[in-house]
Design a protein around this ligand. Structure first.
Ligand SMILES: NC(=O)c1ccc[n+]([C@@H]2O[C@H](COP(=O)([O-])OP(=O)(O)OC[C@H]3O[C@@H](n4cnc5c(N)ncnc54)[C@H](OP(=O)(O)O)[C@@H]3O)[C@@H](O)[C@H]2O)c1
Length: 385
C-alpha cells in the first residue's frame, strides 16, 4: 500500500489521480490533500478518501471547512506553512505535485528537501528553478518523476538507453485551438475559443498556455532539467492528434516514441506505480481507425511564446522565472478579460525586456525574480487598460 499526498487535489490532475486511487484501493491510500480555496470540493474528497491531513492555502476557506466537518478526525491546516507541512509529511511514499503555477515551487522544493519522492505535474517550479530542484533531489538520492504526458513519454523512450547516444528529444504539441488561425484571427480570439483545447481537458491556465503554445515553451525548459539535456537538442513538433506524446532520436538514426490515447491517467498512473503498469484498461489505441497522424514544424511567427521560452532558457539564471511569472500574470488577466489574447505575448515580451537577469543561486533568487516580474507585468497590463 502506497501513501499518497496530492498537492492540488481539487484540480484536473488531482481529480485524475484520485480516480486512479479509487480504482485501485488496495494499492494506494490517500494520506494528505492540498488545495487553494476550494473547500467544498476538498470536503467531498475528505469524505470519500479519508486523508489523515489536508491543507488549504486560503485560511478563510480552511475555517469554512473546519466548521463543516467537525465529526471527521482529519487534521485541517492552512496557509503556506500548512501546505508545506502536508507536502513534507514523513509518512508519505509519493507526493504528486499538481498545484498550478509558481505557487507550487516552495512546497514542492520543501518536499524534495525533506527527502520525499516527488512525481511532478506542476511544471512551473521546474521552469523557475529546475537546476536547484534537481541539485536538491540528487542530494537526497531521489529522482523527480515526470507526470506531464510529453515528459513521461520521453522518460519511457529514454530509459535503458545511454544518455550520450541521444541526438534529439522531440516534444510533440497539438498546436492548440488556433493552429489553423492567422495572427489577425488570433487578435480577435475570445476567451471561450481559447479555452477549447482540441484533445485534452485540463485546468484553465494550462489550456490558455496551450493556445499561445507557451505550454510547449515551459515544457522545453522542464525537459532541459528533467533529462539534463542541452537546449540545442530539444525540439518541438506539431502533431495534431496528440497520439504520439514525444520522441527520442538516437545517433544511429533510431527514433523511439511513446503512443497512447490522450488521457492523463496513463502518465499519472505510470508515475504512481513505476515500474509496474496498472491495468487501467482504456479503450485500445485503434490506429487503423485513426487512419493518419499529421505533423508540422512549429510556427515561431504565429506562436512567439515558443521563442520567448527558448530565449529565457538560453539566457538562464533568473530569466525563466521572469518568463513564467509574466506569463502567469498575463494569462490571469486574459482569463479575467482584462487583456486580449495577443496581449499575453506582449506583456511577457515587455516584462522580459525590462528585467535584469541575475544568477540563480538560491530559492530566494527565484522568488525575488518572480515577484519583480509579477509587479512589472501588472504595471504593463494596467497602463495598457
Ligand atoms: N491538466 C492537465 O492535463 C495537465 C497535464 C500536464 C501538466 N499539467 C500541469 O499540472 C499542474 C496543474 O494543472 P491542472 O490543469 O490540474 O490545474 P487546475 O485544474 O487549475 O488545478 C490547480 C490545483 O492547484 C490548486 N492551487 C492553486 N493555487 C494554490 C495554492 N496557492 N496553494 C495550494 N494549492 C493551490 C487548486 O486548488 P483550488 O481548486 O482550491 O483552486 C487546484 O487543486 C499545472 O502546472 C499544469 O501545467 C496539467
Amino acid at each position: 500500500m502506497k501513501n499518497i499526498i496530492i498537492l492540488g487535489s481539487t484540480g484536473s490532475i488531482g481529480a485524475s489521480t484520485l480516480d486512479i486511487v479509487a480504482k485501485f484501493p488496495n494499492r494506494f491510500s490517500v494520506l494528505g490533500l492540498v488545495a487553494g480555496t476550494s473547500d467544498e470540493k476538498l470536503e467531498e474528497q475528505i469524505r470519500t478518501f479519508h486523508p489523515k491531513v489536508v491543507a488549504l492555502a486560503d485560511a478563510t476557506a480552511a475555517r469554512r471547512l473546519r466548521a463543516r466537518i467537525v465529526e471527521s478526525p482529519v487534521e485541517i491546516l492552512d496557509g503556506p506553512q500548512g501546505v508545506i507541512e502536508v507536502a513534507c509529511h514523513p509518512e508519505s511514499d509519493l507526493v504528486i505535485s499538481a498545484i498550478v503555477g509558481g505557487a507550487g515551487l516552495v512546497p514542492t522544493l520543501a518536499a524534495i528537501r525533506a527527502g520525499r519522492r516527488v512525481a511532478l505535474a506542476n511544471k512551473e517550479p521546474m521552469v523557475m528553478a529546475g537546476q536547484l530542484m534537481q541539485e536538491e533531489a540528487h542530494r537526497q538520492g531521489q529522482s523527480i518523476f515526470p507526470v506531464d504526458s510529453e515528459h513521461s513519454a520521453i522518460f519511457q523512450s529514454i530509459e535503458g538507453h545511454r544518455r550520450e547516444d541521444v541526438r534529439r528529444i522531440i516534444l510533440t504539441a497539438s498546436g492548440g485551438p488556433f493552429w489553423e488561425h492567422s495572427l489577425e484571427e488570433m487578435g480577435q480570439a475570445t476567451l471561450h475559443q481559447a479555452l477549447q483545447h482540441p484533445n485534452w481537458k485540463m485546468g484553465a491556465k494550462i489550456t490558455i498556455d496551450s493556445a499561445t503554445m507557451m505550454n510547449k515553451g515551459l515544457e522545453i525548459i522542464e525537459a532541459r532539467w528533467l533529462f539534463d539535456c542541452p537546449p540545442a537538442q530539444l525540439e518541438v513538433l506539431i502533431h495534431r492528434e496528440s497520439i504520439i506524446h514525444s520522441l527520442v532520436e538516437y545517433r544511429d538514426g533510431s527514433v523511439i516514441a511513446q503512443l497512447g490515447l490522450p488521457d492523463m491517467r496513463t502518465p499519472i498512473s505510470y508515475a504512481m506505480n513505476y515500474p509496474e503498469r496498472l491495468p487501467l484498461e482504456p479503450p485500445p489505441l485503434d490506429l487503423g481507425a485513426i487512419g493518419k497522424l499529421t505533423f508540422y514544424p512549429p510556427d515561431f511567427e504565429r506562436f512567439p511564446c515558443l521563442n520567448l521560452a527558448y530565449e529565457a532558457l538560453q539566457g538562464g539564471g533568473t530569466l525563466p522565472a521572469t518568463l513564467n511569472a509574466a506569463n502567469e500574470v498575463a494569462v490571469d488577466a486574459f482569463l479575467k478579460k482584462e487583456i486580449a489574447f495577443l496581449d499575453i505575448v506582449t506583456v511577457i515580451r515587455r516584462t522580459i525586456d525590462a528585467s535584469v537577469p541575475q544568477p540563480l543561486r538560491s530559492l530566494e533568487d527565484a522568488l525575488e525574480a518572480d515577484q519583480r516580474a509579477r509587479e512589472k507585468a501588472s504595471q504593463f497590463i494596467h497602463s495598457h487598460a
